[in-house]
Design a protein. Structure first.
Lengths: 543, 321, 297
C-alpha cells in the first residue's frame, strides 16, 4: 500500500539520489555504514487542529530529500504531553507546539525547563553538563544585566549544539460575537485560554444575555488545582494567584497588593485588603502560608517546575507573610508569584491523605477566591462559573460557560448560531478569519504569541546523538514553508535558538540565522562521513 | 425450556468473560506503556509506588488481571486516568445520552422500514415501486452514517438553519429527567435521531421485503386471497409472518447500532458513550475505555440472548434442546 | 500439476458460474459497471491526478490558494491548505479499493477455513470453533476497530488487520451453514464411501458448491472493509501517509469547513456511497439467486 502514495511513487530516495548526482556524485563509491533506519515523526493529531499534520508533512517532505525515510505518526494531545513532553518517551522526532503560557515571557522556561539535564519538560533528552550548569545558574542571577548576558550566552551555546529548534511562532486568533459583546481585548502575547484579564474580565455584554459562552473543544480533567495540568488557565478563574503578567510583559499585583524582597531568598508579600473566599470566609495570610507549606509537603508533580525552589512560608501578620526560597531566583516573580494560588485553609486542612487525587467537585469543595466561582460541571459537556461580585476585579457579566464541543466543526456552528460568544482555539485561525469576513456579527482578533512549534529530537539515540546530523536536519527545515502550508500564514518563522523573538531583550539578536538549504544540509552530512547508496538512501558513517 | 435458558445464560457469561479478557490484554500488550501517563518523571519512588497501587498497576500482568476481574465482579471499574473520578460517574450519563438517540432512532427506523418493506414486498414484482424501493434502499444502506450526518447538517442546520447542529443544548440548572424535558433538547435531538433512522431503515426494509416475498407464495396466503379478502389485509397477513425474522434481528441490531452510533455522535458532538470511548482511547485512559467497551459488549451479548429467547417464544416450531 | 482440459473447464465453471446470474440482474449489472469504472480509475490514478496530493498551491506572490472553488487549474477546487481536491479524490480510489480488496481477501480466507472445517468435520471441532465464533460475534464492531487502531497506531496495515479480525466471524457462520447442506448430499457420501480423502472431498465437492456463498461474503466484505476504513479515517484514525476519502472528510471536518466547502466534501462522499452501494447491489443479486423463493423466474 505504501507504493501507492505520491510520496512513495516518487520515492524520497529517488529525488535525493537525483539531487545528489546532480550535485556531483553521491559518494556511491565511498564506504557506507548502516543505513539510517526509518524515523518516526510524532505530531499532535487532528484533535488539536489539522495544522500539525500539514506542518509535519511539509517538514518531512524536505527532510526526505536528505535520503531518509520518515513515518508520520499522529498522537493525541494529552497522550503526546504525557508521553513525549514530560514522559521522556520520544523515540525519534517530535513536531508540536508549546503554549503561550503567561510565565513563559521569562526566558527560564526556554533556556532551562526544556533544555537542562533531567528537567521534567526536557523531552528531547539533551544533556550538556556545561550548558545545564549555566542554565541552572542564570535563574539565581538577580541583576538583570548579568542575567541577560548569561541567557544570551546560553542561546549561543544552544545554537552551537542544536539539540532541537523552533520552527514557527504561532499566531492565535479570537473570534467573538461583536453584536453581543464589546471590549474583547487581545491577550497578546499570551494565548487567550491561559489568560484571565484579557479578554475575559475585560469583556462587556451589550445585550441581556449576561453569560459569556466560550465555544471550546476540550474538557477539564479536574478542579483540583494541585493536579490539573492542561487547564491551568481555567482553574485560575476560580483560584486567585498572587500576581499577574500583563500584556506589556510586566508582573503586576493581583491577590497580593504588593511584595518586596527582604533578601535574595526571602520575599514579603502583602495580601489585598478585604478579599473573601466564595464561601464568605476572609482570605488571610494563614491561607497563603498554609497553601505554600502544603504544596511543599505534597510536592504535586504537575507543579514541580515552579515549586522546586520553595523552602517554606511564614506568617508576619494577618495580611502579610514571607516566602522563603532555597536559592535566589530571578524568575520568581514572573513565574512563581503568577502561578501559585491560594487554597482556603479551613477546607484543605481536612483534605484526604492523597490530596492530589481529591475530587473536590464530588466533595462540593471547589472554593477559591477568584473572580468566578464554580457552579456546575457536566463531564464533556459544559462548565459553568458564576461571577463572584465580591472579587476585587469582578466581571461585568453574570458568568462564564465553557462548552466542551470536541471539534472545530461544532465550534464553528456554535459561533454562527449564536450559542457561542467567543472561540479561541482548535478552530483554525484561518477559518476564524474567514468567518469574520463572511459574517457582520463576528469579529476576529489576531494574537501573535510566543507559542512555539518545535522540532524535538531524541538526543540520546543515533543518529540524533550526532551534532552533524542534527545540524543537517536543522538546515533542511523550511520554516517559511511551514508558516504557509501548515499554518495558512498565521504565524511567523521562528528565530534561531530556543528563546522566541517576541521576548524582546531576552532574545539574542546576534545569533546567526541558518538559512533553509537542502544542498548545504547534504554537504554537512557528507563531511561528517555519511553517504548515500545507489538508490539515494542515507547511510551512517562507516564503523 | 428452563435448561435451555440456563445453558444460554451460562454461554453468555463465558462470552462476556472471554471478551473482557481479550480487551484487558489488548490494552496491556500495546507498545506504549500505560503507566507513563500516570507516573511522572522525577517522582519519588514511594509516591510512584503509591500511585501505581492506586491505579492497580502493580504486580505481574497476571496479578493485575485477577485484580481487575475481582473488581469487575464487585461492579468497580476503577477510576478514570483523565477525569480522576470513578468510571461509572463518567459513563452513566453518557449511556443515557446515547440511548436518547439510539432507542427512538431504532424504533422509528424499524417501524418505518418494516412498513415500507411491506409495501415494496407486496408491490408488483419487477414493477417501478419494487425496483425503485430496492435501489433506493440499497443506496442508503451503502451510505456511511457519518455521510448521512454531514448531509443532514449541511441541509437542515447550515443551509436552511432550521435545526441546531451540535450538542444537546444547554440544560441550564436542570438536572435529572428535567434536563431531557426541554424544548431545546428535543430540537437538538432531531437531527441525530434522524440520522439513526435513515441509517436503520434500509436494512429493515430489505429484510421485511424478503420476508413478504417469501410468504406471499405460501399456500395460506393464496387461501386468504381466495376468500376475497382485500389486498391490504392480505399484505398484513404476509407481513405479520415476515415479522419474525425482523424481531429477532432487531435486538442484535440494536446493540450493534448503539456501538455504531459512535460516528453519529462525533458528527453531532453528541456527548454519548461512543464519543467518550474515542476520547478515552486517544487519551490512553484505559479504565474508561475498557469499561465503555465492556458495557457495549455486554449489551450485544444480552441482545443476542434476548433474540434467541424471543424467537423461541414467537415461533412454536423452535424446539429447545 | 498438469490439468486435463476437462478439469480446467470444470474449475473455470465453478469460478465463473456464480457470476452468471449477476448478468441477469439489472441492478447487479449497474453495480458491476460502477465497480469496473472505479477499478479503472484506481489503476490509472497516478496518471489522472493533476497535482501531488499534498502540494500547496501558491499564488505568484507566495500566498496560499485556500478554499478555491473549482476552476480550470483545480478541477475540484482546493482545500483549506491549498491542496488539489481532484488529485486527492482520484488517489483516494486506490486506497479504498486496496483496503477493500485486501481486507476482503483476508476475511474470505479466514471465514472459509473456519466455516468449512467447522461444517465439514462437525462434532467437537464444530463446537469449539462455533464457540470461538460466538465470542467473536460479541465484539462490538466499530468500537473494537477504534480501540485496536487507536492502540496499535493508525496505519493501513493495522486497519486491514482489524478488518480481517472483525468480519470473518459472520462469514464463518454463513459458510458453515452452506457446508452443512453440501455435506449431506448423496455424491459426497458416495465419494467418502469410495475412499476419497477428506481433503479431496472438501476441494472437489464441498468448496466448488459453497463458492457462491464465499463469493457473496467476500463481496460484502469489500463493502464492510471500505466502510470501516472510511469511518476510522473520518474519526481521525486514518493512515497519514496515504490519501483516503475518509481523511479528506476528516480534514474538512477538523478545519471547520465541512459545511461550506462543498467541492471538497461532496466528491469523496458521493464516491463512497457509489462504491459501497455498487457492492451491495452485486451482493443482493447473489442473495436473491441463493434463495429460490426470492427468485423471480
Amino acid at each position: 500500500m505504501e507504493g501507492l502514495t505520491w510520496r512513495r511513487l516518487l520515492p524520497a530516495g529517488g529525488i535525493a539520489g537525483l539531487v545528489g548526482l546532480l550535485a556531483g556524485g553521491a559518494g556511491v563509491a565511498q564506504q557506507l555504514g548502516e543505513p539510517v533506519p526509518e524515523l518516526r515523526v510524532v505530531y499532535y493529531a487532528a484533535d488539536m487542529g489539522p495544522e500539525f499534520e500539514q506542518s509535519a508533512r511539509a517538514l518531512a517532505d524536505d527532510w526526505a530529500k536528505l535520503g531518509i525515510s520518515l513515518q508520520l505518526v499522529p498522537v493525541q494531545f494529552s497522550t503526546f504531553v504525557s508521553q513525549f513532553i514530560v514522559g521522556g518517551q520520544l523515540e525519534d522526532i517530535a513536531v508540536f507546539t508549546v503554549g503561550a503560557d503567561p510565565d513563559r515571557v521569562d526566558p527560564a522556561y526556554w533556556v532551562h525547563d526544556i533544555a537542562a539535564c533531567g528537567q521534567r519538560r526536557n523531552g528531547s533528552k539533551w544533556c550538556d553538563e556545561a550548558y545545564s550548569a549555566k542554565a541552572v545558574a542564570q535563574r539565581s542571577i538577580i541583576s538583570t544585566e548579568e542575567r541577560l548576558a548569561a541567557v544570551h550566552e546560553l542561546q549561543a551555546m544552544f545554537v552551537g549544539e542544536m539539540p532541537f529548534w523552533p520552527v514557527i511562532n504561532r499566531t492565535y486568533g479570537i473570534l467573538y460575537n461583536s453584536a453581543k459583546w464589546e471590549n474583547v481585548t487581545s491577550p497578546e502575547p499570551v494565548a487567550a485560554h491561559e489568560e484571565l484579564v484579557n479578554p475575559w474580565l475585560a469583556a462587556r455584554p451589550l445585550t441581556d444575555d449576561r453569560w459569556l459562552d466560550w465555544a471550546y473543544f476540550e474538557d477539564v480533567s479536574t478542579y483540583n488545582p494541585l493536579s490539573e495540568e492542561g487547564a491551568v488557565g481555567w482553574l485560575r478563574f476560580v483560584f486567585d494567584t498572587f500576581a499577574k503578567n500583563n500584556s506589556r510583559g510586566e508582573t503586576v499585583p493581583w491577590a497580593a497588593a504588593s511584595w518586596q524582597w527582604i533578601d535574595e531568598r526571602t520575599v514579603e508579600v502583602t495580601l489585598r485588603d478585604g478579599m473573601t473566599f466564595h464561601d464568605g470566609e476572609p482570605v488571610t495570610a494563614d491561607d497563603a502560608v498554609f497553601t505554600i507549606q502544603q504544596v511543599i509537603a505534597w510536592q504535586p508533580p504537575a507543579m514541580s517546575a515552579r515549586t522546586r525552589n520553595l523552602a517554606g512560608a511564614e506568617k508576619v501578620d494577618d495580611r502579610t507573610f514571607r516566602i522563603l526560597l532555597k536559592d535566589p531566583d530571578a524568575a520568581f516573580e514572573i513565574t512563581v508569584l503568577t502561578y501559585l494560588f491560594i487554597l482556603p485553609e479551613h477546607i484543605w486542612k481536612d483534605a484526604p491523605e492523597n490530596a492530589l487525587e481529591w475530587d473536590i467537585v464530588a466533595a462540593g469543595k471547589v472554593i477559591g477566591s477568584g473572580p468566578f466561582r464554580f457552579q456546575a460541571w457536566r463531564v464533556n459537556e459544559v462548565h459553568e462559573l458564576a461571577a463572584f461580585p465580591a472579587h476585587f476585579n469582578p466581571p461585568a457579566y453574570d458568568g462564564l460557560r465553557r462548552l466542551a464541543l470536541g471539534q472545530a466543526d461544532a465550534i464553528r456552528a456554535a459561533m454562527l448560531d449564536g450559542t457561542g460568544d467567543i472561540a479561541t482555539t482548535v478552530l483554525p485561525v484561518a477559518t476564524m478569519d474567514d468567518l469574520a469576513r463572511q459574517n457582520d456579527f463576528l469579529e476576529f482578533i489576531e494574537v501573535p504569541s510566543h507559542s512555539t512549534m518545535f522540532v524535538w529530537l531524541n538526543n540520546q539515540k543515533a543518529p540524533f546523538s550526532d551534532r552533524a546530523f542534527r545540524m543537517a536536519l536543522r538546515t533542511a527545515s523550511n520554516k517559511q514553508r511551514v508558516v504557509i502550508e501548515g499554518w495558512q500564514g498565521f504565524g511567523i518563522p521562528a528565530s534561531e535558538g530556543p528563546v522566541p523573538r517576541v521576548l524582546g531583550r531576552w532574545y539574542n539578536a546576534a545569533l546567526e540565522q541558518i538559512a533553509f538549504d537542502v544542498e548545504a544540509a547534504r554537504a554537512i552530512l557528507r563531511e561528517a562521513g555519511y553517504g548515500w547508496n545507489a538508490s539515494g538512501r542515507l547511510h551512517m558513517p562507516p564503523g | 425450556m428452563r435448561a435451555y435458558i440456563l445453558r444460554r445464560l451460562l454461554q453468555s457469561l463465558v462470552v462476556v468473560f472471554a471478551v473482557t479478557t481479550i480487551m484487558f490484554f489488548l490494552f496491556r500488550i500495546v507498545p506504549s506503556d500505560p503507566t507513563v501517563m500516570m507516573v511522572e518523571r522525577g517522582m519519588s519512588e514511594e509516591a510512584r509506588q503509591a500511585l501505581l497501587e492506586r491505579w492497580g498497576l502493580t504486580g505481574s500482568l497476571w496479578q493485575q488481571y485477577l485484580r481487575y476481574l475481582a473488581n469487575l465482579l464487585a461492579g468497580d471499574f476503577g477510576n478514570s486516568f483523565f477525569y480522576r473520578m470513578p468510571v461509572w460517574d463518567v459513563l452513566l450519563p453518557r449511556i443515557v445520552n446515547t440511548l436518547w438517540i439510539a432507542v427512538p432512532g431504532l424504533l422509528l427506523g424499524a417501524l418505518i422500514g418494516a412498513a415500507l418493506g411491506m409495501a415494496v414486498g407486496w408491490a408488483r414484482r419487477g414493477g417501478a415501486v419494487e425496483r425503485g424501493g430496492i435501489l433506493i434502499a440499497t443506496i442508503i444502506r451503502g451510505t456511511p452514517s457519518f455521510i448521512i450526518g454531514i448531509a443532514l447538517l449541511a441541509v437542515f442546520s447550515s443551509w436552511l438553519g432550521w435545526l441546531p447542529g451540535f450538542g444537546m443544548g444547554n440544560a441550564g440548572d436542570a438536572t435529572g429527567i428535567a434536563r431531557y424535558l426541554r424544548w431545546e433538547f428535543l430540537l437538538h435531538l432531531i437531527l441525530p435521531v434522524l440520522a439513526v433512522v435513515i441509517y436503520f431503515i434500509p436494512e429493515n426494509l430489505l429484510l421485511m421485503r424478503s420476508g413478504v416475498v417469501e410468504n406471499r407464495t405460501e399456500d395460506y396466503i393464496e387461501l386468504v386471497r381466495a376468500k376475497g379478502v382485500s389486498d391490504a389485509r392480505v399484505a398484513w397477513h404476509a407481513g405479520r409472518n415476515s415479522m419474525l425474522p425482523l424481531i429477532t434481528w432487531l435486538f442484535p441490531a440494536l446493540a450493534e447500532t448503539i456501538a455504531g452510533i459512535v460516528v453519529v455522535e462525533i458528527v453531532f458532538s453528541w456527548p454519548g458513550i461512543g464519543r467518550e470511548l474515542v476520547l478515552a482511547v486517544t487519551r490512553q485512559d484505559y479504565p474508561l475505555a475498557q469499561a465503555a467497551f465492556f458495557l457495549l459488549a455486554v449489551m450485544i451479548v444480552l441482545a443476542n440472548l434476548a433474540a434467541d429467547l424471543t424467537y423461541g417464544k414467537l415461533d412454536p416450531r423452535v424446539v429447545y434442546r | 500439476m498438469a490439468a486435463s482440459p476437462g478439469r480446467t473447464a470444470r474449475r473455470r465453471f465453478w469460478l465463473v458460474e456464480p457470476l452468471r446470474p449477476l448478468l441477469r440482474d439489472g441492478f447487479a449489472v449497474a453495480g458491476l459497471a460502477v465497480l469496473v469504472v472505479f477499478v479503472a480509475v484506481a489503476i490509472l490514478a497516478p496518471w489522472i491526478a493533476t497535482h501531488p496530493p499534498y502540494e500547496a498551491a501558491l499564488t505568484p506572490e507566495g500566498r496560499l490558494m485556500r478554499l478555491r472553488p473549482p476552476s480550470g487549474e483545480h478541477w475540484l477546487g482546493t482545500t483549506t491548505f491549498g491542496h488539489d481536491v481532484f488529485s486527492q479524490f482520484i488517489l483516494g480510489f486506490r486506497i479504498a479499493l486496496l483496503v477493500g480488496i485486501l481486507g476482503a481477501l483476508a476475511v474470505g480466507v479466514i471465514s472459509t477455513l473456519f466455516g468449512v472445517v467447522s461444517g465439514y468435520f462437525g462434532g467437537i471441532v464444530d463446537d469449539v470453533l462455533m464457540r470461538v465464533t460466538d465470542i467473536a460475534l460479541s465484539i462490538p464492531t466499530l468500537p473494537f476497530a477504534i480501540v485496536a487502531v487507536g492502540l496499535l497506531g493508525p496505519s493501513v496495515n493495522n486497519i486491514i488487520l482489524v478488518i480481517a479480525i472483525l468480519f470473518w466471524r459472520n462469514g464463518a457462520r454463513i459458510i458453515r451453514a452452506a457446508v452443512l447442506t453440501e455435506r449431506e448430499r448423496v455424491y459426497v457420501r458416495w465419494a467418502r464411501a469410495a475412499g476419497a480423502s477428506h481433503l479431496h472431498v472438501i476441494l472437489r465437492h464441498i468448496l466448488p458448491n459453497v463458492f457462491r456463498v464465499v463469493f457473496l461474503w467476500v463481496t460484502m466484505s469489500v463493502a464492510f472493509a471500505i466502510l470501516t476504513e472510511a469511518s476510522l479515517s473520518f474519526i481521525g484514525l486514518g493512515d497519514p501517509s496515504v490519501v483516503s476519502w475518509g481523511q479528506m472528510l476528516n480534514t474538512a471536518f477538523a478545519s471547520g469547513n465541512l459545511r461550506s466547502a462543498w467541492w471538497w466534501v461532496v466528491p469523496p462522499s458521493v464516491a463512497l456511497v457509489m462504491l459501497i452501494s455498487a457492492l451491495y447491489l452485486v451482493g443482493r443479486a447473489f442473495e436473491e439467486q441463493a434463495n429460490p423463493r426470492l427468485r423471480r423466474d
